[in-house]
Write a protein that binds this ligand. Sequence first.
Ligand SMILES: Cc1ncc(COP(=O)(O)O)c(C=O)c1O
Length: 389
Amino acid sequence: MNAQEIIDIENKYTSGTYTKQPLVIVRGQGASLFDTDGVEYLDCSSGHGVANLGHAHPKIAEAIYKQASTLITLFETFPNDKRAELMQKITSLVDGLDRVFLCNSGTEAVEAAIKFARISTGRTNIVAAMRAFHGRTYGALSATFNKKYRDGFGPLVPGFSHVAYNKIEALDEAVTDETAALILEVVQGEGGVHPITAEYIQAARRICDERGALLIVDEIQTGFGRTGKMFAIQHFDMTPDLLTCAKSLAGGVPMGAVLIGENVKNLTPGVHATTFGGNPLSCAAAVAALGVMEEDDLPRQALVKGAYMMDKLREIDAPNIREVRGLGLMIGIEMKQKVTPYLKALQEKKIIALNAGMTVLRLLPPLVITYEQIDHVVNVLTEVLTAEQ
Ligand SMILES: Cc1ncc(COP(=O)(O)O)c(C=O)c1O
């Protein structure tokens, strides 16, 4: 099949829920993607923040191959060597979060966290932030703020409200002794790459403690080294009660997880489950991925490379740039106009990037991106952002 035939087939059979690019990607290597003609693209999207380790990592490929020829599936009622290894490893990453629920995606991790908060506290109300994105299934969608994701799907789950992000007074009013949980992203990703302030996250912890509400931190986009620490909360001296993660957890194999603290009660057999949760294949991939993250110190790479890249981006002299912000290799360039034409121009110059809302250009490159590749991205961005679009 040639590229056009592939595009035609997808366009014919797709559900229609995705905006399709006219570009067929068939292979990846490190921070690069390749089309059907072998043309190389620099990936500054990581498949929406998944490929932190880069594409086609040999240690992930090997782990998947070995486990696929040993045991792919096993319901969590039966213990398994790879699952046990992963559970031990992932709960060692954050002090105070010593249990884990394994699932298959980000939105499912958020669903589980919301259910755990309700069953634990006996309360129903969930407070989320304005601009928040937590996923597209009903609980997670109800916590998501933007109407663009919610419109047409009502009625959503009752009991959800939204409060201004990084505004302590508003939070103090919104979280009450009827609140089951407050859910927050440490850097709002889809909402425009907005980092949380230290004062706000500390206040969130204090307010939740005072009112008996649980604090859920959604690290689905910020987790696994992306912001320069294994988890973004580790930039602050704060432990949530529940931490959701997914995306790069298993090196690209679909997997989600909820890390659980001691304040979370009533998680008894039958309360929650999912068929594929903790399947040995994903667990083996995740054990390998976490191993690579530690051996290659990917969080540190993100911290240093992110600071380098952000400094260079801040030097771009383009009147249309409003602000460059972010944490580690999670970077947003807020423009004074819509970013779609810039993204298109970048793709023509063989760089794949993302938007975050209408006016923010988002860069989530694999953490293994090289300095040479960063310099190239910055040079092309300089060209594109200073040109008339
Ligand atoms: C912060 C956050 N939460 C939840 C999700 C949903 O994850 P998934 O697409 O795996 O369901 C995303 C996805 O982008 C996310 O960025």
